[in-house]
Design a protein around this ligand. Sequence first.
Ligand code: C5P
Length: 221
Amino acid sequence: GNRINIAIDGPAGAGKSTIARMVAGQLNYIYIDTGAMYRAVTLAAQRAKVASSDEAALEQLLKKIQITLLPGDEGQLVWMNDEDVTGAIRKHEVTEQVSYYAAQRVVREVLSQWQRELAATKGVVMDGRDIGTAVLPSAELKIFLTASVSERASRRFKQLKPHEQMDLETLEKSIATRDELDKQRDISPLVQAEDAILLDSTGKSIDEVVQEVVNLGRCKM
Ligand code: C5P
């Protein structure tokens, strides 16, 4: 059949990246984690001490960074210029600030453009917040993946490394705050596209959800 693009959007911790990566693996498609790109820009801005409100400085900063996503054994590797930032972009300091940088017009414009270029050849599974609504509005399959806040927090909790310890309640609050910021922003907020299929993963296994998405994808090919 034809190669298609699959957009997977949804709130933090719904399992988008795990699902998207496995769907891409089954279909032999390319997986693109757009959240990693927003995280990389946030890391670069923090290091350069550029505030999220400083549009002019952000614009200059964006010109200096190149983000590369590479497939790795345990997930995607993220490179910024000549540095592997895979671990650094998952740190608490980045997670807490990323939604402020992601709300800026110049950041969204530049990253959306890169994302569209990556999807131009089709055969892409892209996950994020605005893929179905803004980045790839004509993606052949759009999924809006959710799960209850408590399930999302407990999944994240299990993934925390020993040095990242945080109690479940704090984690739940942090996830809820990020969702709120992502939903309330003016430019391409987190919202289910009208033509997206809502998939609630609460109580479902990863394999179950992956299979559902793959089957939906095959119907569009
Ligand atoms: O997917 P992940 O949780 O790593 O995304 C981190 C943050 O990046 C989100 O909370 C959101 O603020 C931003 N983001 C976005 N648009 C996307 C992907 C991520 O605004 N397409």
